[in-house]
Design a protein around this ligand. Structure first.
Ligand code: SF4
Length: 580
């Protein structure tokens, strides 16, 4: 046995499951083991349930189940599904939900990733039990086939090669390329985080631009929606268009969140609500609701973020289940230390934001000559800021143009309110910390909701929120969160506030608490605002990179992932989305 494989204190042992990922796709291994991105999707939960529920029914006489094994020599550890005694020898069993591979003459074979996993378990078992384990078996439940794998010198050599490759990849800061076989991505639980389609698309654009000197027309910044839909037709859709999980908002100050098995239990006096952990991706505690340590630990283990906000809607603190991802952070620090990169990203971002503001004003005043006339100078001012944006050479100049455009925008926003809206709900310019009127209180509360959504999206993607490219680290708010928020203020909240005010959805007495110098939303007002925000997140909009409608909830995550790709080998896709 090769003793050079022993892990050292500086080199932690590998999970056997990591070798399974390695043989499936090297990028999958890297994302999971180096960048610590783990997505427990339906298939993963179903796989766990199969081991917990189906296995005892199907497997009639296992000698031992879920046997933990480890080897310092190999630097590996894991858990074998089942171990049986056959003809006086131990055999390692691995159970799979799917079908086996078919080789020559339709002979059943184990898939390479399953094969290496079974070999590793058998080798580790032999070391743990101190006796030979000459065979491993992989049982495929979908076609009821069991594949036998002899544990011989060839198998050991395969294992050594896999471990060596895994160690090498763990040392590199470069993320491996996407798998050359697109079909592998369709079944990959990490596809929504990996975004292989986007990378292949950019590669395709680059290779076609080398082939054709005039192919600049296909640059993402100029491609039209119809162009996108045509070129995307043949691509599979791996980024889910709808959010599959929910945010649990805890609003009542009397709420108490506890844990019961894999469920969060929210108790408010005599009411109890059970929320399976599988159904949520985040918990947002508004104000003074309590949460037990057990509930916090369950969330941490399942990658569910928890955020605490003040009653007034200010972000206080949040958890992240992924403190690692050193390589990702190094790439981010390196990229965002470059002035040119920061300016380029800031220009992309602010241009998108200001264009959204302009389009909203144009849309809101269309067909109404009086409103359009009253907004004319603001609209022209915003257009002028946009024109000058292409020529700025410093972040400060860009900040100046963005500030000017914002002043014009907020001065014209009241023009979008219906004449029937009461004076109490009209804004008086933009005010914050604290907001001076009800309209601004609504804006500030919704911005806080966007803030928390963007914050957890950045953490989920593995980015450091404190290291941004446009906002300055002046307040307690992490600059990168403030940066990314700029894309979503208008479509996610300002449009919602104006529409809800015009529909008469707000009661200027019950939905607000007004004290001298302070104005914020009441419990009823917050519930209403959260309902409107969550509804908005479920609405769809067509994103140029998917070519299909995407809910706003997914769009926030997609833009966070595209931002990370700006410095991870796939640039020029961030902030290209525009409101129509
Ligand atoms: S989505 Fe495709 S390229 Fe990305 S990790 Fe999965 S298999 Fe590999």
């Amino acid at each position: 046995m090769n003793t050079t494989l022993a892990s050292t204190p500086s080199e932690p042992p590998l999970r056997v499951m990591a070798l399974h990922a390695l043989l499936y796709c090297e990028r999958l291994f890297y994302l999971e083991e180096v960048e610590e991105i783990r997505v427990a999707d339906f298939a993963v939960y179903a796989g766990r349930r199969m081991h917990e529920e189906l296995l005892p029914l199907d497997d009639e006489s296992p000698e031992r189940r879920s046997v933990e094994v480890a080897s310092e020599t190999w630097g590996l550890f894991g858990k074998v599904d089942a171990v049986r005694r056959r003809d006086g020898r131990w055999v390692a069993y691995e159970h799979k939900r799917g079908r086996c591979r078919r080789g020559e003459d339709n002979r059943p074979e184990a898939w390479p990733s399953d094969r290496i996993q079974a070999i590793a378990y058998a080798v580790l078992l032999a070391e743990t039990f101190g006796e030979a384990v000459p065979e491993a078996r992989v049982r495929y439940h979908a076609d009821n086939v069991t594949v036998l794998i002899p544990i011989d010198e060839l198998a050991r050599a395969e294992l050594q090669q896999a471990v060596d490759r895994a160690r090498l990849l763990r040392q590199t800061t470069d993320r491996p390329p996407v798998h050359e076989n697109e079909r592998m991505c369709v079944r990959c639980s990490l596809a929504p985080a990996c975004l292989p389609e986007e990378e292949r698309w950019v590669e395709l654009q680059h290779s076609s631009s080398q082939d054709s000197p005039t192919s600049d027309e296909n640059h993402p910044s100029t491609i039209s929606d119809s162009d996108v839909s045509t070129s995307e037709k043949s691509r599979p859709r791996l980024f889910p268009s709808v959010r599959q999980k929910q945010t649990l908002h805890v609003i009542s100050p009397r709420a108490y969140v506890s844990r019961s098995a894999d469920t969060l239990v929210v108790t408010v006096e005599d009411d109890k609500e059970k929320v399976p952990i599988e159904d949520i991706d985040s918990v947002l505690i508004h104000g003074f609701g309590q949460m037990t340590t057990q509930a916090i630990q369950l969330c941490a283990r399942r990658g569910v973020s928890i955020q605490w906000m003040s009653t007034g809607g200010q972000f206080i603190a949040g958890t992240t289940a992924s403190p690692g991802r050193v390589q990702q952070r190094l790439r981010q620090y390196s990229a965002l230390s470059q002035t040119d990169t920061c300016l380029r990203l800031a220009r992309q971002l602010i241009q998108a934001k200001v264009e959204s503001q302009l389009r909203y004003l144009l849309r809101g005043t269309r067909g109404d000559a009086t409103r359009r006339e009253r907004s004319r100078s603001a609209i022209e001012g915003i257009r002028e800021s946009l024109r000058r944006m292409h020529t700025v050479r410093s972040p400060d100049s860009l900040r100046g143009l963005e500030g000017t455009a914002a002043r014009h925008y907020f001065s014209a926003l009241p023009q979008l309110l219906s004449p029937s809206v009461s004076e109490a709900l009209h804004p008086n310019g933009r005010s914050k910390h604290p907001p001076q009127d009800r309209f601004n209180a609504l804006l500030s509360f919704g911005y806080a909701l966007i803030y928390s959504l963007v914050h957890r999206s950045l953490l989920a993607v593995g980015l450091e929120p404190a290291f941004g490219f446009f906002h300055q680290p002046r307040s307690s708010a992490p600059p990168l969160v403030l940066d990314l928020m700029e894309l979503f203020r208008t479509p996610l909240w300002e449009m919602v506030v104006v529409a809800s005010v015009n529909r008469g959805q707000w009661n200027s007495e019950h939905d607000f608490i007004v004290n001298p110098g302070q104005l914020w939303l009441s419990d009823d007002g917050r519930k209403k605002a959260i309902g409107l925000f969550e509804d908005r997140l479920q609405e769809s909009y067509r994103h140029p990179h998917t070519g299909q409608p995407l809910t706003y909830a997914r769009m926030v995550e997609l833009e966070a992932r595209l931002l990370e790709k700006e410095w991870s080998g796939c640039p020029e896709l961030f902030a290209r989305w525009r409101m129509r």
